[in-house]
Design a protein around this ligand. Structure first.
Ligand code: DHB
Ligand code: FE
Length: 280
């Protein structure tokens, strides 16, 4: 049977992708950001997954106000990097895992979570920046990926609680897939940031670190945090953090091992947060 061995959490700031693509990672501003991912790139090689289940959000790239799926699972064979206004990033295409994705869709939908099934979409910085941070600049990403897009852009967005319970349904789905695959689940986006309005540039270091502590130690209580707390304390785009609860909900009930933890301000308008948790 397949199993989830680890979860990865990371911000997905587009300027980080641009810094990589333009060869600026060694510049004084960016160097401390990328240093936080040196461990992670080695860890990815040492603990190489067979598949990554990658929870992220689309930023009005593949979807728009025309069509707003709350939860969308990618069942395609491949996905191209999106053009977000500056041309597609020079990164590999994402190879999917249609069989595993179809199995998860079947299991999770039968478990009463409504998923939208996506057979064609381009993937934006929400997915490609975490891949670059964790894998560097390879010719091909290290394994197939199941994309899982969450609406955190247009209200109403799903609650932390629903995300957490969905994670548990995803775990059950993966653990009933017959092939013995080693699966990593990623939660991306966050941490505190607000990109618009009078509070643009908001950062809340204390709140972010309390979020990381609670994600590790008491995710069940964290999952009950209301939307308004995220928006008030972590900024309007801080709501992206509910996606981390999907990955955390998919972990086993035993306390995980913290393989790596990193926090840095600033990067663009955003705090960078990153965790690697291993299942016990
Ligand atoms: C920015 C955009 C994002 O989607 C995000 O999650 C963080 C930062 C930005 O434009 O700076
Ligand atoms: Fe974002």
């Amino acid at each position: 049977m397949a199993h989830i061995s680890a979860s990865v959490y990371t911000s997905h700031i587009p300027a980080v992708g641009a810094a990589i693509d333009l060869g600026k990672t060694g510049e004084p501003y960016w160097q401390p950001v990328f240093k936080g991912y040196d461990f992670s790139k080695q860890w990815m090689k040492d603990k190489k997954p067979d598949v990554i289940f990658l929870v992220y959000n689309d930023h009005a790239t593949a979807f728009s106000l025309d069509l707003i799926p709350t939860f969308a699972i990618g069942t395609a064979a491949e996905y191209q990097p999106a053009d977000e206004g500056w041309g597609p990033r020079p990164v590999p295409k994402v190879i999917g895992h249609p069989q595993l994705a179809a199995h998860i869709a079947q299991s999770v939908i039968q478990d009463d979570f409504d998923l939208t099934i996506v057979n064609k979409m381009d993937v934006d910085h929400g997915m490609t920046v975490p891949l670059s941070l964790m894998c560097g600049q390879p010719q091909a990403w290290p394994c197939p990926i199941v994309p899982f897009a969450v609406n955190v852009v247009q209200y109403p967005v799903p609650s932390g609680r629903r995300c957490y319970m969905l994670g548990k349904a995803i775990r059950k789905a993966i653990e009933t897939y017959e092939e013995p695959l080693n699966v990593h689940i990623w939660g991306t986006g966050g941490m505190s940031h607000q990109l618009q309005g009078p509070r643009a540039g908001l950062i809340n270091r204390e709140w972010d670190n309390a979020f990381l502590d609670q994600l590790i130690n008491d995710p069940d209580a964290l999952s009950k945090k209301p939307h308004l707390d995220y928006v008030r304390e972590a900024g309007s785009e801080g709501i992206e953090l509910v996606m981390w609860l999907i990955a955390r909900g998919a972990m086993s009930d035993a306390k995980p091992t913290v393989a790596h933890r990193f926090y840095h301000v600033p990067a663009s308008n955003t705090a960078v947060g990153h965790l690697i948790l291993e299942n016990n």
